[in-house]
Design a binder for this molecule. Structure first.
Ligand code: JHZ
Length: 423
């Protein structure tokens, strides 16, 4: 089951091909983070794959060294539905409104989204009368998208699909790629495909968590096999220039997925002051050199030790802990830290497709959040800490009844019951 992996020193950079990659974090062997387990397989051992992270000293891209075949990662039993977060819905709607208004999009335009999931974003173009095309190989999500009027090509995106669409006469005025560029093993093919599909005066917007937040806020749990790359502006700039595209503008959303950047990329070079400032700030912060990443592994080790000690103490005091969010990042956290049924009773998640299944690896059961009110565990470990505000609002009754939230990063903390700032 494990794929043969070249030694770190031999593995070429996913962007520039350099063979001088410098590893800085080893999370051991972890199960696939989104491969939730059916109860009938509870007694089986899930496949595990090495999870090691490295920095490229030539193009600055942070990346994992392992490749799991995409069909195994995203199609079989892939249960991530973008529409389950109100915050993501609102973020998408305002993004679409901004694009339609600023670019004057209308009935003759085409908006393409790569990894369109359940149509959570393209639906807003449809509502504004702009033709859309979704691209997503995950069948359940594509069915959901089609059901709300979002036509979806059920394939992985790359040079081949882009060339085919272009040959059919389809060119995009806007391409949106949210939380997908990190997911593709063939990064250069993905960017080359976007260049093929975008009109010469079009714009591509790409969103992804910012590697600076990952490092500075210790968000190590966002590392898993689906995420091949962890981007800075510098790495994106160098990547897209190789394909005749320019990083022209940058927006920052500090509360989305722990800190997200939106890069505006076009065939025409029109670099904004903001984009220049981001690039300059990355150089000034030291992000372009290995030293910036060197101590991250030690920081992650101390989070693991502190979290396990905290949970053991809670257990020793005779109290009970549940967890919130059967998120992919939750799987990295609990498997890396070895948090099993001895420390946490169960996980809750409002995605009905996940309820009744088991978390990968440690096999904690996933239940409806209603269980918290019936059961009132003393503590709730927030695996989906990126949705702290939203979850805290939903769980007001649990908190009023004495339940306490624990956030795991940037260091394990039991939150006070009164409203506080999100991580
Ligand atoms: P969530 C996902 O990662 C998947 P994950 C993907 N790999 C990616 O790149 C990142 O996002 C960016 C649930 N929930 O979104 C829904 C509630 O139960 O942080 C999810 O199962 N109640 C494509 O999986 C989970 O929590 C709620 O109120 O780490 C959150 O997972 C809300 C808001 C969410 O991402």
């Amino acid at each position: 089951m494990l794929s043969a992996r070249p030694a770190a020193a031999d593995r070429p950079c996913r962007s520039c091909g350099s063979t001088r990659l410098q590893p800085f974090l080893d999370l051991g062997e972890t199960p696939l983070a989104d491969a939730l387990v059916r109860p009938e397989h509870a007694n089986e051992t899930d496949p595990r794959f090495p999870l090691e992270v490295a920095f490229c000293p030539e193009c600055t891209l942070v990346q994992i060294l392992e490749d799991v075949p995409p069909a195994q990662l995203f199609v079989d039993n892939y249960l991530y539905f973008s529409s389950f977060s109100d915050a993501v819905q609102e973020h998408s709607r305002s993004h679409v409104d901004g694009l339609v208004d600023s670019r004057g999009l209308g009935a003759d335009s085409l908006a393409v989204e790569i990894a369109s999931n359940d149509g959570y974003l393209l639906r807003h173009f449809v509502a504004r009368g702009v033709p859309v095309l979704g691209i997503d190989p995950a069948p359940t999500q594509a069915d959901a998208a089609e059901a709300i009027g979002v036509p979806t090509v059920r394939e992985f995106f790359g040079t081949e699909l882009a060339a085919r669409l272009r040959a059919e006469g389809r060119r995009a005025d806007v391409i949106i790629a949210n939380n997908v560029m990190a997911h593709v093993p063939d990064l250069n093919g993905f960017v080359a495909g976007m260049r093929t599909l975008i009109k010469d005066d079009g714009v591509i917007t790409v969103e992804n968590p910012y590697v600076r937040d990952l490092i500075e806020h210790r968000e190590f749990d966002t590392i898993y096999h689906e995420h091949h790359c962890y981007f800075s502006c510098t790495a994106v700039d160098r990547l897209v220039r190789r394909h005749g595209l320019y990083l022209n503008h940058v927006e920052y959303f500090p509360r989305l997925h722990g800190g997200t950047l939106r890069w505006h990329i076009s065939p025409r070079e029109e670099v904004s002051d903001t984009a220049r400032e981001y690039l300059a700030a990355e150089a000034a912060t030291g992000m372009l050199a290995f030293d910036y990443y060197r101590d991250f592994g030690a920081a992650v080790e101390s989070i693991r030790a502190e979290l396990v000690a905290l949970l053991r103490q809670i257990r020793a005091d005779g109290k009970r802990v549940a967890a919130y969010g059967a998120a992919a990042k939750g799987s990295t956290l609990i498997n890396f830290a070895g948090i099993g049924p001895d420390l946490v009773d169960y996980v809750v998640d409002r995605n009905v497709h996940k309820q009744g299944l088991l978390m990968p690896g440690v096999h904690l059961p996933i239940r409806d959040p209603a269980a918290l009110i019936e059961d009132q565990p003393d503590y709730l470990l927030l695996l989906a800490w990126n949705f702290l505000d939203e979850i805290r609002a939903q769980q007001a009754s649990y908190i009023e009844a004495g339940g306490r939230l624990i956030v795991p990063v940037p260091r394990p903390t039991v939150l006070e019951p009164q409203p506080a700032e999100a991580v």
